[in-house]
Ligand binder design. Sequence first.
Ligand SMILES: *Cc1c(COP(=O)(O)O)cnc(C)c1O
Length: 379
Amino acid sequence: MKFNTKTIHGGQENDKAYNAVMPPIYQTSTYAQSTPGGHKGYAYSRTHNPTRHALENAFASIENGHYGLAFGSGLAAIDAVIKLLKAGDEVISTNDLYGGTYRLFTKIFEDFGITFHFIGMENARNIEAYVTEKTKLIWVETPTNPMMNIIDIKAVAAVAKKHNLLLAVDNTFATPYLQQPLDLGADIVMHSATKYIGGHSDLVMGALVVKDQELSKRLYFIQNASGAICGPQDSFLALRGIKTLHVRMQRHCENGKAIAYFLKTHPKVDKVYWPGFEDHPNHQIAKEQMRDFGGMVSFTTKEDSYEEIVKVVEKLKIFTLAESLGGVESLAGHPASMTHASIPKKEREKIGVKDSLIRLSIGIEDIDDLIEDIKQALG
Ligand SMILES: *Cc1c(COP(=O)(O)O)cnc(C)c1O
């Protein structure tokens, strides 16, 4: 089955009760048993729920994995991955990553005795210097948030294999429409399904997908034991979102490209971060591992002043000033004060998150309206 068919049919079977085309929302915590232990595979909804199960099969299908797991948020999914480790273990992570992931690693798991090394991975050879016998996991985000750096998943996977480490890839920005990390050698794919997968800014959810059965059992044990599952209503919404993922992504990419090129020639704009530009440092890798370049574009203005940039984002009319990304509507974010405020200013600026940086999540509105809006806001 090709990707555009998988989004609609992948992992799905018809409803057994009435042949409903969409899986019903099984809004139940428990299931009647005919005799102790006598149930139809579902006993309690933290452990199993038919709507969530249908969604988990869809996750597995679109990421070319064998097992999918759905969580109450992207961070709950990341939390489950780190719980594969124990005190004394070490993780090597991308340094330019989602602020909440950084916060979870440094403010929660470091207290449990896990050590994190945050490094630039644009060159995969940088990783080996940090590998010790305590290293267990490599954590990668690509494209990175918000600087749009590209990391060569295949090259990182080769380092992981060589040292027998797990490789987890946060695929939230790219989505499986653009890249499928398991096929490139990753062991775990993670999503904030809140973003492109849900696609309509109406739910918060996380996902993990793996190929290996043993690994899936360990993660499933953690999911059930820790309990950070998502509910049946949200599972239904995410399933509905997945069905249009490919058409939405196609338009996100088209609009993203148009806006990246528009910004590049604007006199008030300093730098534009978008992996589709030939002068992007890892453009070649982006071309190889991604089908297109996505709908996320970041830029800085020539005047690097907090007051000026606030004026620009406040003037936007179609773009909504908001956290999050990946919905059908265009959003603008100011990473330094919003998504990345939990990263100390010094750390933030080291990776390029200046005060004048704006991150755009390009929606699927008419491109002329979007460009007009940015034009008037930049003045
Ligand atoms: C939003 C996001 C997360 C966290 O997901 P939640 O669903 O908000 O918990 C993790 N990684 C990336 C890249 C994100 O954009």
